[in-house]
Design a protein around this ligand. Structure first.
Ligand code: C2E
Ligand code: MG
Ligand code: MG
Length: 725
C-alpha cells in the first residue's frame, strides 16, 4: 500500500482535511487520535447536528460518518454534503451492517463502508484508499477541464481563421475542413468531409490542382503555393480565387495512430493546407491590368496593347510568310463635334463610332483607340491588300449614316491609311507610321477615304524630317513657284482661265510636284504659309495680265481643306485679294466636295460671304467624293470641274463616259459652268464638245507652265495651240 499512499498524499496540495462525526464521545476521540497520528487535519463532530454546523463553515476532503446518530443521522449529513461540498468523499463507519443500510449509504454517494468495531489498520487503509481514489478523480477532472479548454481554444483558433484550413488524406479526400468554408463558399464542413478536394475545384483548375501536391520536396518549411479557383456552392459558374498553401504532414511532428484519424475517411490525414481568399486582390489586379491595356471610354485595347499584338502578329506573319495590314483611322469632323457640342457628346460619339467599327471586324482583328479620335486596326492575316481594301470600305460605309447625339444629328467620316506587311514596312513602328502617313494623304485630299501606303508617298522618317526642314527653308527662301495651266474655250481656242498649280524648285532634287510635298505641308500646317505665297504670286502674275489686255482672264486657285476650315479663312482671303487690288470677279477658288461635306453649315456661310464679293466657287475633282448632290443648289457654286478619271474613261469607252454625260447634263440643268480636266486627246475633246462642254484643261492644250511661258502665250492674243498627243 505504500506507493498508493504516497501517490494519494502527494496529489493533495495540503494534508487531507477529515471530518469525523460520531455521537459516541469515546469512539470519536479514538478515531480523531488515530487519524491525527497519520498527520491528517482532523476535526471531530459530536453527532450529526455539530457535523452539519461544521460543514457549513469549513471545507473537507473526506468525512467519516456514523450512520446512527440522534437528531441528525449520517444520511442527513450526507444529504447536506451533496449540496454543500460535493467534492468531499464519505466513508460510513457504523455498527449497522444490514444490506439495506449499506446500500442506502452507497447510493447516497458513500465511497466505502467500515463496520464497527473496526480494525484501526483496516480503517486507515480504507481512508488512504478513498483519499487516493479521490485525488485521482480530481486530477482526472482537472486534466479533462484543461483538455476541454484547450480543445475549445484550438477549435476557436482554427474556425476563426480568416482562411480555410483543411487536411487531406493521401488520396486527396478531405479529412477536415474548418467552418470558414461555409462563409466563403457556402458549404457545410460536414458535407465536404470525405469528398475529394477536386469536388470544390473549378473545372479549369482540376488538373493543375491535382498535381500540385505531388512534388518530391514539399514540406512545412517549403510548402507548395498555388492559385486556383474554387466553386461556390449551388452555382457552377461563380468561382472565387484562392491562394492555397499546403504541405504533407510530417509523421514525426504528428504521429498518427488509427484512433487519431479525423473525419469520415478511412485514411489518416496526409496533407495540411490553408486556402486564402484572394478574389478581391485578383479582381483589382484584373482591373488594373485592364486599365493599363485598355481605353476606359471605348473599352478598346489601347496603344500599348495594340503594339504588343502587332509585334506578335508580325512574328507570326513572318514565320508563315503571310501578309498583315495595319490601318490608321482618323475621324473627320470629330473636333467640330467636340468643340461645339462639348466633351460629353464627343465621348458619346467616340463610343458610338467604336460600336459601328467593331461590327465590321472579324474575330482576331484588333481595333484600338490610339488616342484622341485616332484608331488603329490590325488585320493579322490577309491574303492580299484587297482584303484590307474591303474592310476599309466597310469601315467608311459604316460611318456614313448620321449619329444621333441627343437632339443633334452629326456626320463624321473617316480617313484611313493602310500599310501592308511586308511591303510597307517590316517593323511595328514602320507599319504604324506608314499607315499614319497614308492617312494624312487621305486628309490632304479632302478626307473621307482610304489609301494604301506607297514608297512614293513618303519617304522614311529621317527623310521626312529633312523634307520638313527643307520646306520651312523653301518658304523663307522663296523656292516655291507658281505654274499656270490654261483653261481653254474649245470653240475659240481662247485661254479663258489659268489654274495656279504650285511647284517647288528644290535646290538638290529639282522641280517637285504637289504630290511630293503637299501632304507634308498639310500635316505640319505649313500649308497656310504656302498658300499665302501661292496666292500672292498668282495675284501679282494674273493681275498683271488682267491689267494688260486680258480683263476677263480668270485665276483658279486650289484651296486645301485645312485652309477652308480655318475660322479666319474668309477674312484672310479677302484681305490678300484686296492687298493686291485683284478684282474678285476674276478669282475662282477650287474646293473639293469633301470639304463641303465636312461641315456644311460653316462652309455655306463662308462661301456665301465670298460669293457676295464676286469671287467664284468651283468644285474640283467633281464626282469623286462622297456627297449628296443636295448641296449644289443650296450653295453659291459657279463651276463644276469634271475629274480627270471620267475624262480618261472616254478613251477606253468605259462607263465613266456615261458619268461625264450625266455630270454635263446636270451642270446644264443647274446652269453651272463646267470645266473638264485632264483632256489629253482630240477624241476626248470632241466627245466633250459634242456634249456641250466647251471649257477644257489638260495636256491637249498643254501642262502647267511658268509665268514667262504664259506671258508669251497671252502675247499671241491668248490663243492656245492644241498639242496633238
Ligand atoms: P487639281 O487641282 O485637280 O489639278 C489638276 C492636276 O492635274 C495638276 O496636277 C495638273 O498638272 C494635272 N493635269 C492637268 N492636265 C492633265 C492631263 O491632261 N493629264 C494628266 N494626267 N494630268 C493633268 P498637279 O500640278 O500635280 O497638282 C496636283 C494637285 O495638287 C491638284 O489637283 C491640286 O489639288 C493640288 N494643288 C496644286 N497646287 C496647289 C496649291 O497651290 N494649293 C493647294 N491647296 N493645292 C494645290
Ligand atoms: Mg484644281
Ligand atoms: Mg482636279
Amino acid at each position: 500500500m505504500a506507493p498508493e499512499q504516497s501517490r494519494a498524499s502527494s496529489s493533495w496540495a495540503h494534508p487531507a482535511r477529515i471530518l469525523v462525526a460520531d455521537d459516541e464521545p469515546r469512539l470519536l476521540t479514538t478515531l480523531v487520535t488515530l487519524l491525527q497520528g497519520r498527520h491528517f487535519e482532523v476535526t471531530g463532530a459530536n453527532g450529526g447536528h455539530e457535523a452539519c454546523a461544521l460543514l457549513a463553515n469549513q471545507s473537507f476532503d473526506l468525512a467519516l460518518l456514523d450512520l446512527n446518530m440522534p437528531g441528525v443521522d449520517g444520511y442527513a449529513v450526507m444529504d447536506q454534503l451533496v449540496t454543500q461540498q460535493p467534492d468531499c468523499g464519505v466513508i460510513v463507519v457504523s455498527g449497522e451492517s444490514s444490506f439495506s443500510s449499506v446500500s442506502r449509504a452507497l447510493r447516497r454517494g458513500a465511497l466505502d463502508y467500515i463496520r464497527k468495531p473496526f480494525d484501526p489498520e483496516e480503517l486507515l487503509n480504507t481512508v488512504e484508499n478513498v483519499l487516493g481514489k479521490q485525488s485521482l478523480i480530481k486530477a482526472h477532472d482537472l486534466i479533462q477541464t484543461r483538455l476541454e479548454k484547450s480543445e475549445a481554444l484550438h477549435r476557436y483558433i482554427v474556425n476563426s481563421s480568416p482562411d480555410i484550413v483543411f487536411m487531406l488524406d493521401k488520396n486527396g479526400h478531405i479529412c477536415f475542413i474548418n467552418n470558414k468554408v461555409e462563409s466563403l463558399l457556402g458549404y457545410q464542413p460536414a458535407e465536404l468531409r470525405g469528398e475529394h478536394f477536386s469536388y470544390i475545384l473549378d473545372d479549369r483548375d482540376v488538373t493543375r490542382g491535382t498535381f500540385a501536391l505531388q512534388g518530391p520536396d514539399i514540406s512545412a518549411d517549403n510548402p507548395r503555393t498555388l492559385e486556383v479557383r474554387l466553386k461556390t456552392r449551388g452555382s457552377r459558374k461563380a468561382t472565387r480565387h484562392f491562394e492555397i498553401t499546403a504541405f504533407p504532414v510530417d509523421p514525426q511532428t504528428w504521429p498518427q495512430t488509427e484512433e487519431t484519424q479525423v473525419g469520415h475517411t478511412h485514411q489518416p490525414a496526409r496533407y495540411y493546407g490553408i486556402a486564402r481568399d484572394v478574389t478581391e486582390r485578383k479582381e483589382a489586379e484584373a482591373f488594373i491590368n485592364f486599365q493599363a491595356y485598355h481605353d476606359l471610354l471605348t473599352r478598346l485595347p489601347n496603344r500599348a496593347l495594340f503594339k504588343d499584338r502587332l509585334e506578335l502578329a508580325i512574328t507570326q506573319a513572318r514565320r508563315s510568310e503571310q501578309k498583315l495590314a495595319v490601318m490608321f483611322l482618323d475621324l473627320d469632323r470629330f473636333k467640330v463635334v467636340n468643340d461645339t457640342l462639348g466633351h460629353a457628346m464627343g465621348d458619346r460619339l467616340l463610343q458610338a463610332v467604336t460600336h459601328r467599327l467593331e461590327k465590321c471586324l472579324r474575330r482576331g482583328d484588333t481595333l484600338s483607340r490610339f488616342g484622341g479620335d485616332e484608331f488603329t486596326l490590325l488585320l493579322p492575316s490577309i491574303h492580299s491588300p484587297d482584303d484590307a481594301r474591303g474592310i476599309a470600305k466597310k469601315l467608311i460605309h459604316a460611318l456614313k449614316a448620321p449619329f444621333q447625339l441627343g437632339n443633334h444629328e452629326v456626320f463624321v467620316g473617316a480617313s484611313i491609311g493602310i500599310s501592308v506587311f511586308p511591303d510597307a514596312g517590316d517593323t511595328m513602328d514602320q507599319l504604324i507610321q506608314n499607315a499614319d502617313i497614308a492617312m494624312y494623304h487621305v486628309k490632304a485630299r479632302g478626307k473621307d477615304g482610304y489609301r494604301f501606303f506607297s514608297d512614293s508617298m513618303s519617304i522614311d522618317t529621317a527623310h521626312r524630317l529633312s523634307l520638313e526642314r527643307d520646306l520651312r527653308l523653301a518658304l523663307e527662301r522663296a523656292e516655291l513657284r507658281v505654274y499656270y495651266q490654261p483653261q481653254v474655250c474649245s470653240r475659240t481656242n481662247q485661254v479663258v482661265g489659268l489654274e495656279a498649280l504650285v511647284r517647288w524648285q528644290h535646290p538638290e532634287r529639282g522641280l517637285l510636284y504637289p504630290g511630293d510635298f503637299l501632304p507634308l505641308a498639310e500635316e505640319t500646317r505649313l500649308i497656310a504659309k504656302l498658300s499665302e505665297q501661292v496666292l500672292d504670286q498668282a495675284c501679282r502674275d494674273v493681275g498683271h495680265w488682267i491689267n494688260n489686255g486680258h480683263p476677263k482672264l480668270r485665276l483658279a486657285v486650289n484651296l486645301s481643306p485645312i485652309q477652308v476650315e480655318h475660322p479666319r479663312f474668309v477674312e484672310a482671303l479677302l484681305e490678300r485679294v484686296a492687298a493686291h487690288r485683284f478684282p474678285p470677279r476674276n478669282l475662282e477658288i477650287e474646293i473639293t466636295e469633301n470639304v463641303i461635306m465636312n461641315d456644311l453649315e460653316q462652309i455655306s456661310r463662308k462661301l456665301k460671304e465670298l460669293a457676295d464679293t464676286g469671287i467664284r466657287i468651283a468644285i474640283d475633282d467633281f464626282g469623286t467624293g462622297y456627297s449628296s448632290l443636295n448641296y449644289l443648289h443650296r450653295l453659291p457654286i459657279h463651276t463644276l470641274k469634271v475629274d480627270q478619271s471620267f475624262v480618261k474613261a472616254i478613251r477606253s469607252g468605259e462607263d465613266g463616259a456615261c458619268i461625264v454625260n450625266a455630270i454635263i447634263a446636270m451642270a446644264h440643268g443647274l446652269k453651272l459652268e463646267i470645266v473638264a480636266e485632264g483632256v489629253e486627246t482630240g477624241d476626248q475633246l470632241s466627245y466633250l464638245t459634242n456634249l456641250g462642254c466647251h471649257q477644257v484643261q489638260g495636256f491637249f492644250y498643254g501642262p502647267a507652265r511658268p509665268a514667262a511661258d504664259i506671258d508669251q502665250l497671252l502675247g499671241r492674243d491668248g490663243l492656245a495651240f492644241a498639242h496633238t498627243a
